[in-house]
Design a protein around this ligand. Structure first.
Ligand SMILES: [Zn+2]
Length: 183
């Protein structure tokens, strides 16, 4: 039995069997995502690139089914997460970036529309068959920020340097305020 992530079937076939796919796969098996991460890490000097960045585990779940009771509109619910290595655009240091995404997708053929499914996004099928892996990969690529940055400012060298400067600058005001309070 192969891994259903890599199988090709029509959207209706996936939906009809109610295929559920639990995912726990290394980043390296998602070539497109891996090449984006690799290009990002290339900004670092070779000895500072985390050696095991390809081993980050993509985890999550895809659940296929129909969005309507008449079983006409195939859909898939997706929950995905991975913590990748990235370069902070503020301080240019490597850091661990968590990507998290959830989506409910209507699997529609090109130029097809379906009204009344507001909680869904439309996923246009470019071919008659689809590979679940491609959905996983594209959702994670879309979840990547335009500029990755430390979210914890204490961990970001650029921000902690800035914070230091700011403290210096606010001191005169603090001193002035203390003086005014005394007066
Ligand atoms: Zn940073």
């Amino acid at each position: 039995m192969g891994n259903p992530l890599r199988d090709r079937r029509t959207a209706s076939e996936w939906a009809t069997v109610g295929q559920v796919i639990e995912i726990a796969e290394k980043l390296e098996s998602f070539e497109q995502l891996a090449s984006i991460i690799e290009a990002d890490l290339a900004a670092l000097e070779a000895d500072r690139i985390p050696p095991d960045w390809r081993d980050s585990v993509v985890a999550g779940r895809l659940a296929f089914g129909f969005a309507d009771a008449q079983a006409r509109v195939p859909a898939v619910e997706c929950e995905l997460a991975v913590t990748v290595d990235a370069v902070c655009q503020r301080c240019l240091e490597a850091f661990r970036l968590r990507l998290d995404t959830e989506a409910k997708l209507l699997l529609l053929e090109l130029d097809d529309t379906a009204d009344g499914y507001d909680e869904y996004e439309v996923w246009e099928l470019e071919e008659t068959t689809l590979r679940p892996k491609d959905i996983v990969e594209e959702l994670l690529v879309m979840a990547m920020p335009f500029a990755a940055m430390h979210s914890d400012s204490a961990a970001c060298k650029a921000l902690s340097a800035e914070a230091g400067d700011k403290e210096e600058m606010t001191k005169p005001f603090a001193a002035l305020r203390a003086q005014m309070m005394q007066d």
